[in-house]
Design a protein around this ligand. Structure first.
Ligand code: IFM
Length: 818
């Protein structure tokens, strides 16, 4: 069964059935103000910090049909009383004649038809603003006149999202609502949020006169709160009770008498939900958003932002589903993960202040650098602030307070308190930023390390380059018996937590790639001494990996603290881990034959029709000394599940060894666009990547979970653009090195790079996977595969001919004869 379709022209996915197998969401606003909207208009909204400044109560664990956070009721006045229903389907669950939820870029628009009433509801957060705007158009599409009321409702939460769920006396005693009339005589229902000794005001208001209101949930529902959101008692009364709650479960319900609508007639109302410190100061803005034209222009600004963002890279390949993801949904998801890290989703509820993950954000950043590099730099700087003086990094931090912690390691004090990989990812992010922008001076920027003195002042600062060097030095020194990096509490795989002394082959490879990047950087900076020194580090680690970690047909993944290999033929469970194979290729450590063999093992043992599994076979039962991986049943998450984040690494590895068919095949088998045809099995949104899909050892093989905030977004985007399509920024130009399916006759890609637009057409007349024979930029031949940096604000036509390389070029005519 299908629940919707892709509308690429409008850059939307349109849900046509609100009863999706699980809730499907969309993001509005940013971490500064915003949250998500589900397919029936329910919202989770926060300002600044989902854990400590949550505004709207959204409890995803409630049944799908229950009210969550926000809705709109309509009621038709008839001879026999009121017909009450929600045009958003939830929570009244009436039969609809038409339902469309347009999942757009930064907005959701729901268009529905119930009982002869068409409702159009546009929900968005204007750029750089702190309010949710809901522009509601109600149209009578019946043949008779109707008398209609509209009652939008939000339910507030205590600002501390977790306390709301854990304290049922103190929390409700602090909840207070007050109605006031602003200077234009509009009613504004306010609710107070006292946080960290500051007081903030949540407000809910409309562009239309309010005849009555309700701020207490129990009264709204009626019958001592035993009535339900499906049929609230108060909506069968002429007016709401105008009660200003000074405790309890605070809501804001506003009664609008829209009046009689003749057939074909429409009425518009605009509601605003926001938070401010001072209502008087806020008034000016509220006033503006009561005007349709202002809302329309704010909406246009939002649309323009997204057009500008997306136009930086546009592809046209023979694979339509790939184009859909690469031109719209994938870069969009990259921006969402960059903004929200793992803070607020249907799965990560912002409780407990997980905040920004160091390794996650360092990887997310790489997905947006081609679009908004300076936003990337800002996040990189933030991350560098929580790097420690010894070069390691704090695992996660709260973006509002910059307080950091060691993540799950805190719960196991006998284990190392750092992760062996965190600090290495940031090197990749910084180098990618410089390659994209050419902003080498960023390396000189002074940024304090995390440690503070007793006055909370940083003890030491270093420039960005110094931060990177310390990352390298930390890992170089933090090695175990085989000369491989010590695992720490964990590496990228959070769930393998081995006693102190274990070593990580993944981190060894990540260190290898990081060293390669640093060697390139130092060569570019003309510091050959450091480049040579890092080459020695690289060769040393390469030797250790190849000497100790080759298991015959694949690389092992860890040594435990006794020196036993994990991810080896010797093991009953967890015999092979995908990351050890892909990363030994990505690092360049694997000699060609081993690289081919390791990747063949992945294909033979790890690949499934729904994606590549992370490990095999899964553990079956909890083994404390192995860690969290053994808490899952076989086939779930890191325990033999299809952990999507690691799939693009295999694509990159396949592209590196020249296998464009397999790289693209792996790309397609996890393309969410194709999930649209198998949603009942997969269940999640088909317009973004999930973190995990259950593997073939699990009875629910193919079931996706944890959509949106996943490192998959950034890596799959990088795999596709930089390795399959092969368009890679470098310090000295744009490298063109496609590795595509043989069947492709070519593709086009437009990339804005360093202030010039490159319209690139790649031709593949001989049906090969890889190899560039000739590049012509604006009718001029280029030596090699690097397009020069032109920085002239102009468009440039680039023609790329795939084929066997011609070392010496002669005349134009000769070269274009296939
Ligand atoms: O790498 C981690 C990530 O940081 C958080 N989610 C799980 C991944 C794999 O364990």
């Amino acid at each position: 069964m299908k629940y919707g379709y892709f509308d690429n022209e409008n850059k939307e996915y349109v849900i046509t059935n609100p009863c999706t197998p699980v809730t499907w969401i969309n993001y509005i606003g940013s971490l500064e103000f915003g949250g998500f909207v589900d397919q029936t208009g329910g919202t989770a909204i926060c300002k600044g910090d989902p854990a400590l400044n949550r505004m709207i109560k959204y409890i995803p664990q409630l049944p799908n049909g229950d009210f969550k956070g926000e809705t709109l009721y309509l009621r038709i006045k008839g001879d026999k009383g009121y017909q009450v229903f929600s045009p958003l389907y939830v929570p009244t669950l009436d039969q609809y004649d038409r339902y469309q939820c347009h999942v757009g870029l930064g907005y959701t628009k729901i268009v529905s038809e119930f009982y002869g009433i068409k409702t159009e509801l546009l929900i968005f957060v204007p750029l750089n603003d702190h309010r949710v705007v809901r522009a509601i158009t109600i149209t009578n599409i019946s043949d008779d006149s109707v008398n209609i009321d509209a009652i939008p409702v939000v339910e507030y939460t205590h600002f501390d999202a977790l306390k709301q769920l854990t304290n049922a006396d103190w929390v409700p005693q602090t909840m207070q609502s007050k109605m006031f009339e602003d200077e234009d005589h509009y009613k504004v229902l306010t609710q107070f949020a006292f946080m960290n000794k500051t007081s903030k005001i949540n407000f809910f208001t409309s562009s239309h006169p309010i005849s009555s209101f309700e701020s207490d949930r129990k009264r709204f529902l009626g019958n001592n709160g035993y009535s339900t959101w499906r049929k609230p008692y108060s909506l069968f009364q002429e007016e709401l009770s105008n009660y200003e709650a000074l405790r309890g479960d605070n809501i804001a319900a506003l009664m609008h008498h829209i009046g009689v609508l003749q057939p074909g007639e429409s009425k518009k109302i605009i509601t605003q939900l926001g938070q401010c410190a001072d209502m008087k100061a806020e008034h000016k803005k509220i006033k503006k958003y009561r005007h349709e034209e202002y809302v329309e222009s704010a909406f246009q600004d939002l649309k323009n932002f997204w057009s500008d963002y997306l136009e930086k890279i546009i592809v046209n390949t023979p694979d339509h589903a790939m184009n859909t993801m690469l031109n719209i949904h994938n870069p969009r998801q990259c921006y969402i993960t960059k903004n929200w890290s793992r803070d607020l989703s249907l799965y990560q509820l912002g409780f407990g202040g997980r905040g920004i993950g160091f390794r996650d954000s360092a990887q997310d950043v790489m997905g947006i650098l081609g679009h908004v590099p300076e936003e990337g730099r800002e996040l990189i700087e933030m991350l560098l602030h929580v790097q420690k003086r010894d070069g390691s990094a704090m695992h996660q931090f709260n973006a509002a307070t910059m307080e950091a912690n060691a993540g799950d390691a805190r719960e196991m004090e006998d284990r190392p308190q750092h992760y062996s990989d965190d600090h290495l990812w940031i090197v990749l992010a910084v180098c990618a930023y410089i390659k994209e922008t050419g902003n080498v001076s960023f390396l000189k920027k002074q940024i304090p390390f995390y440690e503070k003195d007793k006055n909370n002042k940083p003890i030491e600062s270093g420039n960005v380059l110094e931060h990177l060097k310390r990352s390298i030095e930390f890992t170089r020194k933090d090695v175990g018996n085989h000369g491989l990096p010590l695992l720490g509490f964990a590496d990228w795989n959070d769930t393998v937590n081995l006693p102190s002394g274990a070593e990580s082959v993944f981190t060894a490879n990540l260190y290898g790639l990081v060293l390669k990047e640093m060697i390139d950087l130092f060569r570019y900076l003309e510091d050959d001494t450091t480049a040579k020194q890092y080459e020695i580090y690289y060769e040393t680690m390469k030797e250790n990996v190849n000497k100790y970690c080759w298991d015959g047909e694949w690389y092992i993944r860890y040594f435990d603290n006794h020196g036993n290999p994990l991810g080896s033929k010797k093991n009953d469970k967890g015999k092979i881990y995908t990351n050890a194979q892909s990363w030994s290729v990505i690092s360049g450590f694997a000699p060609y034959e081993r690289a081919k063999q390791a990747l063949a093992s992945v294909k033979d043992m790890m690949n499934t029709e729904h994606g590549i599994k992370l490990s095999y076979p899964g553990f079956n039962g909890y083994i404390p000394e192995k860690g969290g991986i053994t808490t899952y049943p076989p086939g779930a998450k890191e325990n033999g599940g299809i952990f999507l984040h690691s799939n693009p690494w295999v694509m990159i590895a396949e592209a590196l060894v020249g296998n464009g068919d397999l790289a693209h095949g792996y790309y397609s088998q996890i393309n969410p666009v194709f999930k649209n045809e198998m949603i009942d099995q997969y269940e999640c949104e088909p317009y973004c990547y999930p973190q995990n899909i259950l593997g073939d050892e699990h009875p629910q093989f193919g079931l996706g979970r944890n959509t949106w905030l996943s490192g998959t977004a950034s890596w799959i985007y990088q795999a596709a653009i930089k390795y399959i399509l092969g368009i890679q920024p470098t310090y000295e130009g744009l490298l063109i090195n496609p590795c595509i399916p043989k069947a492709w006759k070519g593709f086009k890609i437009t990339k804005i790079f360093r202030n010039a637009t490159y319209e690139i057409e790649v031709m593949n007349p001989n049906n090969i996977n890889r190899g560039v024979k000739q590049i012509v930029v604006d009718d001029v031949f280029v030596d090699g595969q690097l397009i020069p940096i032109l920085e002239d604000d102009k468009k440039h036509e680039v023609k790329v001919l795939m084929g066997q390389k011609i070392p010496e070029r002669s005349t134009k005519n000769e070269l274009w004869t296939f």
